[in-house]
Design a protein around this ligand. Structure first.
Ligand code: SF4
Length: 185
């Protein structure tokens, strides 16, 4: 998988302490893109699912896996391989994926890897990011995006209204803020 960034533990993108994976590459053109540096499909590092999951400390059972980007579904086979391995290692694995595609668009692709991924994940936050619809609350960038909860419903019961938090992490001498940014005032 072409990958922009990995971090463990991520505490601000889903339930509990999770492995965060940001894929590299996105052909979409959301105005006010939330992560423009992750769009160039020629950048990033190619990693196997095993290499990605090796970021989780050996003795730890993570609360979940969050995949963002970039556009995860533009690497459908790689995304599925990661999802399969995570569920194999952590049977009750809670997997949350952010995508610029809507659920309907993903289903219209009629791609077996996309379909199987949708069957195996817990939550999909879908749709293009619209900065003018960013109300500053909830587990989504803007209010047009839908939070589809397929599994772990109790964990995500308040996902539309939950307050947002940002987590500062220092990576290679650079400070990154992980989480969904607050809306424009
Ligand atoms: S889907 Fe995400 S990464 Fe792609 S253009 Fe939209 S906001 Fe940017």
């Amino acid at each position: 998988m072409r990958t922009a960034m990995l971090w463990y533990p991520v505490r601000t993108l889903g339930y509990g302490e999770r492995l965060g994976v940001w894929v590299q590459g996105c052909s979409r053109h959301c105005e006010g893109c939330i992560s423009p540096t992750f769009r160039d499909a020629n950048q990033g590092t190619l990693l196997t699912p095993e290499e990605i999951l090796s970021r989780i400390p050996e003795h730890v059972i993570p609360d979940g896996l969050t995949v963002s980007g970039g556009e995860p579904f533009e690497q459908p086979e790689e995304l599925l391989a990661l999802v399969r391995l995570f569920r194999e290692r952590y049977a009750d694995g809670d997997i949350l994926v952010f995508s610029g595609y809507t659920l309907a668009q993903l289903r219209e692709m009629q791609c077996p890897a996309v379909s199987e991924t949708l069957e195996r994940i817990s939550v999909l936050v879908d749709g293009a990011y619209h900065p003018e619809k960013n109300s500053g609350v909830g587990l989504r960038g803007s209010d047009n995006q839908q939070i589809h909860v397929f599994r772990h419903a109790r964990r995500y019961a308040d996902a539309e209204n939950a307050p947002r938090r940002l987590q500062g992490v220092l990576m290679e001498d650079r400070l990154w803020l992980i989480g969904i940014p607050p809306g424009a005032e």
